[in-house]
Design a protein around this ligand. Structure first.
Ligand code: PLP
Length: 319
């Protein structure tokens, strides 16, 4: 499927770069049931198990200055998730690549947040047997979004640690990117109540796990550490390991206690939604002198430079 011979199902609206009305859909293009649609027309049945039971897996890749960033790694994770959940879609990896590309190209966005989703779907006979469901594939491209806003990126985020424990990896496999977010959303409300801007939640051993849509790193004596247990293996987290190897920084995945966090030289979080983002306060107390540290700055700089490197990114062809 190339951009020349695809037809959107309806006229797509002009790019709304000033998306200020929270009740409206962001400008974007979705693909479902064989058609490209404006975001406002991309709808699923409320009987879909993805909605009723959170029975779905998904992945999000971003586009920056007209290039996908590490798309292959996102596709690997998405395919791995579908396999573990015993889901199947009628598209090959190459076809999904084309669909994602076309959503971005038709949207016109040069910087985009691009999601691929597989839901369990539903059974034509309303059977409760998941094996009888027809799995549903959906993709969409909307404007790029970030966990941290511009001001927070400059001065560092203020994070609060919630007492909430992330769902156990014995219950939900964290390698399958999923929408089990009730713990993360409770963590966010706890953080707001405590005066924080976002949250970190704990693992079942009382160590730091992750936050709503991001992994976390601490920097101590020039080395990096990120939680290993019960967290999504983030692609941005993986990118930090790759960058650290390139610039000779030691990086390990192992337990991070609450005191490792508060006693760190630097703290940052990582997500496709925003990249590497500094944290300068935890539970109201500054990390070191409360400014964005040199290791974080260096990694941020390298990370964004990689977005134009053909080994890490692929170009979009716009119509
Ligand atoms: N942890 C959770 C729970 C997430 O949902 C996400 C991303 O949405 C991440 C971590 C970060 O992963 P990535 O770097 O692949 O965006």
């Amino acid at each position: 499927m190339t951009i020349a011979n695809i037809k959107p199902a309806a006229d797509l609206p002009a790019v709304d770069t000033e998306h200020t009305d929270p009740r409206s859909y962001p400008h974007g293009v979705a693909y479902m049931d064989g058609q490209y649609l404006p975001m406002s027309e991309a709808k699923i049945s409320v009987l879909d198990w993805g909605f009723l039971h959170s029975d779905a897996t998904y992945d999000t890749v971003h586009v920056w200055e007209g290039r996908f960033f590490r798309l292959d790694l996102h596709l690997d994770r998405f395919w791995g998730g579908m396999q573990r959940l015993r889901m199947k879609i009628p598209y090959s990896r190459e076809q999904v690549t084309d669909i994602l590309h076309n959503c971005v190209a038709l949207s016109g966005h040069k910087s985009a947040y691009v999601e691929m989703i597989c839901t369990r779907g539903g059974s034509p006979t309303f059977s409760r047997d998941p094996r009888q469901s027809e799995n549903r594939f959906i993709a969409f491209a909307v404007p790029f979004g970030s966990v941290a806003n511009k001001e927070q990126l400059e001065r560092g985020l203020h994070v609060s640690v919630s007492e909430i424990v992330r769902i156990s990896p014995k219950s939900v496999d964290p390698e399958v990117k999923n929408y089990h977010w009730l713990d993360l959303v409770k963590g966010l409300f706890d953080a707001y109540d405590a005066g924080g801007e976002t949250a970190l939640v704990l693992d079942e051993n009382g160590n730091i796990a992750e936050g709503p849509g991001f992994n976390v790193f601490v920097v101590k004596d020039g080395g990096l550490r990120t939680p290993a247990f019960g967290v999504l293996p983030g692609i941005t987290r993986r990118s930090v390991f790759d960058l650290a190897a390139e610039i000779n920084l030691k990086a390990v995945a192992e337990d991070v206690s609450r005191s490792d966090l508060s006693g760190a030289d630097e703290v940052f979080i990582t997500s496709t939604a925003g990249g590497i983002m500094p944290v300068t306060k935890v539970d109201g107390t500054p990390i070191s002198d409360g400014s964005v540290g040199p290791v974080t700055r260096r990694l941020m700089d390298h990370y964004w430079k990689k977005h134009s490197d053909p080994a890490w990114s692929t170009e979009i062809t716009y119509p």
